[in-house]
Each structure stands twice: as structure tokens, then as C-alpha cells.
Design a protein around this ligand. Structure first.
Ligand code: VAH
Length: 314
């Protein structure tokens, strides 16, 4: 049985549905800070800063895999550095310790391109390079990568991790990230509203379509243990683009779409991140291959959001 921590988040809400399809609704337990009355399936309220609560649910359902998808992200995290560190690390330690003590077979721990700073080569950023993250979120994820490796080497806990780039999907909204503009832009375009971008027009970042990110996560977790050569976290991306490029991709379909630029503090964060990622280790070790490029993603995003808004307004 699989437990998802943060099942109502941007990634968690999509991953939970995929895991229910894969393992059967009976074998998935979703959890988040607050009850979700509409949720179809097993749902438990879990504050992941509470070790006893996580352990109680793991014992109650006989959990064999945990996906830890709760954290305070890069932009939001800068509002209160020590709280961000406290929450991101405490929840991680709780998940790792509950898993270790209750012989959970596999743990998924997400990392991020936020672990890279200006010391890393910005183009085709390599798997192994000096990490000097500039956000508390990035510092917590970089520390988390070291702890993942430690728990694997010391206790044999099978923790697997992906350094997610910006994730873009139609199924859920992001919260508190620096890449969130790339989701909001599609919502504005579909509603024929002008879009003001909080990053510079040439601020290129590694990104991935949600469907590719979810498939990558499941493929990594399904891979044979001996093929996982990286126990810190795998570089991974679907594509790279700057705001002006995603705007152009949208205008090919919606010619009247307009974008303006009003960079804020998030531009400083983005400026320290890679422009593109070398994810050849993920491709070699467990067969990673993206299926969506910018035009492919844009087509699906605009179609799906148009459907969603038309049924909403109906
Ligand atoms: C953020 N979407 O912006 C998250 C992610 C790489 C980006 O970590 O903080």
C-alpha cells in the first residue's frame, strides 16, 4: 500500500490519481494537512511535522511505499527562512525515520533544480557539480539529497529522488514557486486576459510537462534497485524555455495573446538556476525520455484548460 504525503499539492494531486490507477484505489492512501471531503479513496489528515501521526497511518494500512510531496517552495520559502528550513527538514526526517523503523520498501523524495546556484555551469548543468543554492528551499533540498544518500548507505532505505525542474500541468495549480508563471500564463491565455510575467523575457529555465514528470516519477520507482546509481537525486528535464518562447508558442494558437514583463524578487532566484539540465544519467540508468516539447505541451494545455473553463462557465 502506498502513502502520499502532500496529496493535495501541485504534484501530489496528479500523482495520487496515477498511483490509484496503477495500484488500485484500495492500495493508495492520500494525505494532506486538511480533510478533502470530495476525495474518492482512502484519505487521512496528516501534518507531516507529526512523527506519531505518520507512523500511526503507516501501521494502520501496512504502508510499503511513501511519496513525500510536501514542502515549502522557493519563493514562498524566502518569506520566513527558519520556518521553511524547520518544516522542510522535519517532515523529511519524519518520513525517513518512520520508513526506516517500519520496513517501508521504497520512499520517493523530490529534489529540485533549486539545489543549483551560480557556481554550477548554467547550460546543460551536470549531474555532479558544486551546489551553492541561493534559496532556503534549495538549501533544504540539497541537504535532503545528502540525507537520502546517508539513509541508503547507512540503513539500506531505498529512497529515490528526482531534481524536478519547473512543472507545468492543467490538472492542478502550483503554490509558492518561481516557475509558477509558466502555469498561470496558460490560464490567462485561455481566458483572453493579458499576462504580466514576474520573470525577464529571456529568463530561460528547465521545465517539464506534468504528464512527463509523473511518468518519470513512476518509472524511477519501478526501476530495478540495482539500476539506481544516483542516491542523491537525478537531474531531469523535459525542455528549457524563456517566457518569450512560451508566449510565442501560445501566440501560434492564440494570436491575440499579449504578455508584458514586470520582474520581481523571483527573477533573482531564477537567475541563479540552470538554464538547461544534462539528464543523461537518468536516461542511461533507468530509461528516462521526455515525450512533450514546448509546442506539444502548449497544445494540450490550451485544449484542456479551454475544456475546464467552458464546463466551469457552463
Ligand atoms: C519552485 N516549482 O519554483 C518549484 C520548483 C524548480 C522549481 O522547485 O520552487
Amino acid at each position: 500500500t502506498v502513502l502520499i504525503i502532500g496529496a493535495k499539492g501541485q504534484i501530489g494531486s496528479v500523482l495520487t490519481k496515477e498511483l490509484q490507477l496503477k495500484f488500485g484505489i484500495e492500495n493508495v492512501v492520500a494525505s494532506d494537512l486538511r480533510e478533502d471531503t470530495e476525495f474518492i479513496g482512502h484519505f487521512e489528515v496528516i501534518d507531516a511535522t507529526d512523527f506519531d501521526r505518520i507512523e500511526a497511518v503507516v501501521k494502520q494500512y501496512g504502508i510499503t511505499q511513501i511519496y513525500h510531496l510536501a514542502a515549502i517552495l522557493s519563493a514562498k520559502g524566502e518569506e520566513n527562512p527558519l520556518l521553511t528550513w524547520e518544516i522542510n527538514m522535519k517532515t523529511m526526517f519524519n518520513v525517513f525515520e518512520v520508513a526506516r523503523k517500519n520496513s517501508v520498501q521504497k520512499v520517493f523524495y523530490p529534489s529540485s533544480i533549486a539545489v543549483f546556484g551560480d557556481a554550477a555551469p548554467p547550460d546543460a548543468t551536470p549531474q555532479s557539480t558544486y551546489l551553492n543554492p541561493s534559496t532556503v528551499y534549495g538549501i533544504s533540498k540539497s541537504a535532503g539529497e545528502n540525507w537520502s544518500e546517508y539513509y541508503f548507505n547507512r540503513y539500506g532505505l531505498d529512497i529515490r529522488s528526482i531534481r524536478y525542474p519547473g512543472i507545468i500541468g492543467y490538472q492542478s495549480l502550483p503554490g509558492g514557486g518561481t516557475t509558477d508563471y509558466a502555469v498561470d500564463i496558460y490560464h490567462k491565455a485561455v481566458n483572453e486576459e493579458d499576462f504580466s510575467c514576474f520573470l525577464d523575457k529571456d529568463s530561460m529555465l528547465p521545465m517539464i510537462f506534468m504528464n512527463d514528470a509523473i511518468r518519470a516519477t513512476i518509472e524511477l520507482m519501478d526501476a530495478p534497485k540495482e539500476s539506481i546509481k544516483t542516491r542523491s537525486s537525478y537531474n531531469l528535464a523535459g525542455m528549457s524555455f524563456a517566457p518569450e518562447e512560451i508566449a510565442n508558442a501560445i501566440q501560434k494558437i492564440l494570436p491575440n495573446f499579449k504578455i508584458s514583463y514586470a520582474p520581481d524578487f523571483r527573477q533573482e532566484i531564477a537567475a541563479n538556476w540552470p538554464r538547461s539540465i544534462d539528464d543523461s544519467d537518468a536516461r542511461i540508468d533507468w530509461g528516462w525520455k521526455p515525450q512533450y516539447d514546448l509546442d506539444g505541451m502548449t497544445k494540450v494545455m490550451l485544449e484542456k484548460l479551454k475544456e475546464q473553463y467552458s464546463t466551469l462557465n457552463y
